[in-house]
Design a protein around this ligand. Sequence first.
Ligand code: ADP
Ligand code: GN1
Ligand code: MG
Length: 375
Amino acid sequence: MNSPRGPEAGVGAVVRAFAIGGDFGEALCAEPYGNGHIHDTYRVFFAPAGSPARLILQRINTQVFRNPDVLMENVARVTAHLAAQLAGSPERDRRALTLIPTRTGGALHTDAEGNLWRAWRFIDAAFSRDQIESPGQAFEAARAFGLFQQQLATLPAPRLHDTIPDFHSTPKRYAALEEAIARDAAGRVRTAQTEIAFARARQSISGVFLGAGPHAGSGLPERVTHNDTKCNNVLFDERSGEAICVIDLDTVMPGLAAYDFGDMVRTMTCPAAEDETDLARVRVHLPLFEAVARGYLSAAGSFLTPAEKDSLAIAGKLITFELALRFLTDYLNGDTYFKVHRPAHNLDRCRAQFALVASLEEQQAPIDQVIRSAR
Ligand code: ADP
Ligand code: GN1
Ligand code: MG
């Protein structure tokens, strides 16, 4: 077959803009891939000189990432640093992402409509999971994110760009919610009264590390963090189950270790989906929490300060609350940020995250105990 087929046939022309092999001919097939909320991701199958191969193609969401050049500068520095750390490893190509440049040597391709695209080498024989399946898997994923932070602790200056300013400033996320309530742009405030009351009753969670200031003023050290450490942003090896590669590097920037740990708690200590509507299923499972703590500290324990280790006990509640605020704000704004797949999807997501916040509150004492014994 010479022309692209499948629902995303137009992607074929984009693939040809990237430097794939010497005699790459035609994209054979492209299909939407993964469950990310921000970019459009495709898995592309093609046939360079007769041997089938694959790559990942992504259309960048430029509403969310307003400065794509700066974004790609960060991503290029981070991937190069990770590759250098893996020099000599036979698995180097599977343990760090590799960008595929365009035929003109750039990081991004602009198509006829002005969309921006990038391509990644496909990591074979690996899988991601939207929900965690076992304590062993939770340990592995958390260890991989801890190792990622450790590898990037030696990233040379200058400081990485803030690809999304104030990304984990929960006080600003809270203020954005109040603005959305006041504006009521989509006329939905009356349908979210319970959730608004839940958020308001817990406004103080927003300031646990920051007060009203930036994370640099928190008293905790600023580190290079991933900032989107959800379960499906790590790839597991199909044969061994080992977490081999951290992906989705767009929000790698200066942050607090607790932000990353918090999002691991959010996505790896509860096997229910992020948008689960049976809220009885949304609760923290202590064996999973313990696996996340031990996995993360098995890699990050060597460099975290005592104050950072203390911060882990509250991180899950903070980041889960923050994301619930973001989902609720987006619902009230009329779904302008996160992709939605059904009416009130963002409200369902918010409800599930608030249910997890409530469960984390209930389990705070055993959570404190796990952190004390794992540190
Ligand atoms: P988003 O920002 O939209 O979440 P991701 O970069 O996380 O996009 O990619 C979406 C999904 O595509 C991932 O969850 C993973 O399953 C898959 N994926 C991404 N990059 C690769 C890669 N290089 N090799 C194999 N699979 C990948
Ligand atoms: C988005 O791109 P994706 O789906 O991995 C979001 C994260 C949220 C997450 C919730 C840039 O991540 O902050 O925690 O959805 N990414 C951005 O699932 O806003
Ligand atoms: Mg992702």
